[in-house]
Design a binder for this molecule. Structure first.
Ligand code: MLT
Length: 424
């Protein structure tokens, strides 16, 4: 906390609010004592002006269009590191040494299997079940298999739960997918790296050899890196809020997954590809769809454009766009959707409506196309986002549990219902 203060004047009173300085980005008025001192609360729909916490995990510079994990720019991490290194970095705060990475990787591979009893849970879902529902349910169910690891104050229990989650989530996701297409479950292969093993569990069959393409595995790894953390977004805030009641890590993460599923959050990558498919089927007239999105009498909005924090191009979208063609070509896919996406972006960004509102492509605009090029079906896109975001959820939950300032999340309200009244 610095020495600067702000003054709030209302009626005939003046309140002094301490100013909390961030290293970069937002500084804040500390209103922790506001209600106690004045009887007033603040009203901030969507928490657009509210820092729910201080955090050292990741930082978005929305004006410059930059994202950093623990200080490291996302471009450098995408170019030079692996997803497991990033997961380690987010959790521990520093990049692993070669020895630390070896131990961490061994711990992850040690935990890739699910308890066999978990399989019955998957069988209970209808074939048509969205894998996000299965993912969140299975993650919550995992808590029941590890009841001795629930104490948020026990660093060993937290670390083991985090390892288990990162190790097992791809297994859960692949099982959910195999169920949805009626294929036999494929067990993990611990000789493969994280992304390659996931591709193997997704696409291998017991009846024939499956070769993981290293270029595809690396592209998936980069996609996961790009999704790994993003400050206090909706799902991360949900993980923190659930965890603030000292709910265990598994169940807090399951809550975050439910928040991620929504089309305004992680579900947007699925919406983008569905929109591109619609535009393609409609003859590829991007100008028509841009006009539709601008029409004030039409509730339609183009998914994948605009972001609460970025007033500039989302740096993750920039990285994805830069290697989209390469990956799509490598996969031998002549994807007309990428051309439509590029044309849609060009049309939108040549339009003052989008530019003046700073509606630039966000991560979801290109991620779905990439996931599709790698062979993933549309209903798995948000699951892939969840696997990528998991290290961030876990790191933020840990940070919250260790923060002495932390208390149970319990917002106030401005009541607008009936005043007290009596039944007749
Ligand atoms: C995210 O990565 O979580 C999304 O861009 C949403 C957000 O940050 O609000």
């Amino acid at each position: 906390m610095g020495d600067r203060t702000a003054r709030l004047i209302f009626d005939d009173r003046e309140i002094v609010l301490p100013i909390v300085e961030g290293v970069e980005g937002n500084h804040g008025f500390d209103i922790s004592r506001l209600r106690a001192d004045t009887g007033y609360v603040t009203l901030d729909y969507g928490f657009a002006n509210t820092a729910g916490t201080s955090s050292a995990v990741s930082f978005v510079d929305g004006t410059a269009g930059e994202l950093r994990y623990r200080g490291y720019p996302i471009e450098q991490l995408a170019a030079k590191s692996t997803f497991l290194e990033v997961a380690y970095l987010l959790f521990h705060g520093e990049m692993p040494t070669p020895e630390q990475l070896k131990t961490y990787t061994a711990s992850i591979t040690h935990h890739t299997l699910l308890n066999e009893e978990m399989k019955r849970l998957f069988d209970a879902f209808p074939k048509s079940a969205h894998p996000m529902a299965i993912l969140a349910s299975a993650t919550n169910a995992m808590a029941t298999f590890y009841p001795d690891f629930h104490n948020p104050r026990d660093p060993y229990a937290v670390e083991q739960s985090a390892l288990r989650l990162v190790a097992k989530l791809p297994t859960v996701a692949a099982l959910a997918y195999k169920k949805s297409i009626g294929q036999p479950y494929i067990y993990p292969r611990n000789d493969l790296d994280y992304a390659a093993n996931f591709l193997h569990m997704m696409f291998a069959l017991p009846v024939e050899e499956y070769q993981v393409d290293p270029v595809v595995a690396r592209a998936l790894d980069v996609l996961l890196i790009l999704h790994a953390d993003h400050e206090q977004n909706c799902s991360t805030s949900t993980v923190r809020l659930a965890g603030s009641s000292q709910a265990n890590l598994f169940t807090s993460v399951a809550a975050g997954m439910s928040a991620l599923w929504g089309p305004l959050h992680g579900g947007a990558n699925q919406e983008v590809v569905e929109t591109l498919e619609r535009i393609h089927a409609d003859g590829g007239n991007t100008a028509k769809w841009v006009a539709k999105a601008k029409d004030p009498n039409d509730p339609y909005r183009l998914p994948g454009f605009g972001h609460r924090v970025y007033r500039n191009y989302d740096p993750r979208a920039k990285i994805l766009k830069s290697f989209a063609y390469e990956v799509i070509e490598r996969m031998g896919a002549n994807d007309p959707l990428l051309d439509i996406a590029l044309k849609l972006e060009e049309t939108a960004l040549a339009d003052d409506y989008f530019v003046s509102r700073r509606l630039y492509p966000n991560v979801d605009f290109y991620s779905g196309l990439m996931f599709q090029a790698l062979g993933f079906p549309v209903h798995m896109f948000t699951v892939l986002f969840a696997i990528g975001r998991l290290p961030g959820w876990v790191a933020q939950w840990k940070e919250m549990s260790e923060d002495e300032e932390n208390k149970i999340g319990r917002p106030r309200q401005i009541y607008t219902g009936h005043p007290k009244r009596d039944l007749p």
